[in-house]
Ligand binder design. Structure first.
Ligand code: FAD
Length: 374
């Protein structure tokens, strides 16, 4: 790796270009985990993050959002997340503080706010461009998450509905919906949790594309992570696949969701066929009027900055990778996002594992360098 982090201007009027070994794009948990291993390998690197402060996605989300596992099941490499007094399942504010302390502890070179606009292949390097700066790198780790790319499916009549509509990204708390009739759309954890609390103040209806799959009450993040760990170990030892968590179900029965079930709220109906000015309609003639629709319909990987690389996509629409490495552009790694970049890599503990292998490929070494914590 080169170690010449010295800005120079390519041409008059061009943005200053800094030469660096590895650029990590995104300073959320995945980017920080990569930073930890790059630091430990003694690599020359920088982390560029679009936000004004630390925390990644955990800066956002609704007020009551919590991890679905205790702190000690959600560590980044090197340092356990401290317990949160009085909260067996840490709040998002606690996770945010942990990530802020983490980057300080390991003196990770995070630059903010830097919104990377594009990555281009240029000779034997990758050129990373933001509004007023450029970095020329031997390797790029893209760890931009998916929060900035909310997915909202389009149904016939989507322009007709005159009520309120919002996506999970904009939802904060139930109070604004008090007394309303609200449709919550989506079959995952976000939908179940938002439905659970909105139903305490509003008349709710739950619509899903497929019947929701509830995990057993005694299965929380601890069990999910144990299963993912067993699978990972088996893969490393070339043993038969022990199976992932998908067969178990999707929705973790956190206390608020269990309470909603006990109140008889968790009955899902098949998704409507179209929107109308007043609500939602099915082809059999059924119609329901609603004041607000909350779309809890997920996210897509935030990859627009990679468009200049013209990466080919899998049938699922994600760039083709071997582990975290792009098959089309070997200097590029994709980290976080989902299982397609490594088992559980969009979770805290999974990000740690995949970051380790990703950085080992980039630096070509697992050598442990001593480094001080702040
Ligand atoms: P992010 O946290 O989104 O970080 C990406 C960073 O990159 C952001 O700061 C973003 O601003 C920045 N960025 C994006 N584009 C650019 C760009 N072009 N240039 C520069 N910077 C850019 N995981 C668990 O382990 N346990 C849980 O209990 C859990 N619960 C969850 C509950 C919900 C409702 C959600 C949505 C997720 C949950 N997760 C949980 C999953 C997971 O922890 C998060 O999705 C996680 O934040 C992903 O981390 P990341 O670093 O990949 O992305």
């Amino acid at each position: 790796m080169t170690s010449t982090s010295k800005p120079h201007t390519d041409q008059p009027g061009e943005p200053a270009t800094t030469r660096v070994g590895t650029v990590v794009i995104g300073g959320g948990q995945a980017g920080l985990a990569a930073g930890y291993y790059l630091r430990r390998a003694g690599a020359d690197f920088v982390v560029l993050d679009a936000q004004s402060g630390p925390g990644g996605t955990w800066r956002h989300g609704w007020d009551s959002l919590r991890l679905f596992s205790p702190a000690r099941y959600s560590p980044l490499p090197g340092w356990w997340m401290p317990d949160q007094p009085g909260e067996p399942f840490p709040t998002s504010r606690h996770v945010r503080r942990y990530l802020a302390d983490y980057e300080h502890r390991y003196q990770l070179p995070v630059q903010r706010p830097v919104d990377v606009e594009r990555v281009d292949a240029d000779r034997d390097t990758l050129l990373v461009s933001a509004a007023r700066r450029r970095w020329r790198a031997d390797a790029v780790i893209s760890a931009t998450g998916s929060w900035r790319c909310p997915h909202r499916p389009r149904y016939p009549g989507h322009d007709l509905f005159t009520g309120g509509q919002l996506h999970t990204v904009s939802y904060r708390r139930p109070a604004p919906f008090a007394g309303q009739r609200v449709a919550v759309i989506g079959g995952g954890n976000s939908a179940a949790q938002i439905l659970a609390e909105v139903s305490t103040v509003a008349d709710t209806v739950w619509l899903t594309a497929h019947p929701p799959r509830f995990l057993p009450d005694d299965v929380d993040g601890r069990v999910l992570f144990d299963i993912a760990t067993r699978r990972e170990i088996a893969a490393r030892q070339n043993q038969p696949d022990t199976g992932g968590v998908a067969g178990l179900g999707d929705i973790v029965m956190v206390p608020a969701v269990r309470a909603a079930r006990d109140r008889g709220i968790l009955h899902a109906h098949p998704m409507a066929d179209r929107l109308t000015p007043a609500g939602l309609a099915w082809n059999d003639g059924t119609h329901i009027a609603v004041d607000t629709i909350i779309w809890c319909t997920g996210f897509r990987p935030d990859l627009s900055h990679l468009a200049p690389l013209k990466l080919s996509l899998t049938g699922a629409g994600t760039p083709r990778t071997d582990g975290t490495r792009s098959l089309d552009q070997p200097r590029l790694h994709l980290l976080g996002y989902g299982d397609w970049t490594g088992t559980g890599s969009a979770t805290l503990v999974g990000a740690a594992r995949t970051a380790r292998d990703c950085v080992a490929q980039i630096t070509g070494t697992r050598a442990r360098q001593p480094f001080r914590t702040a």
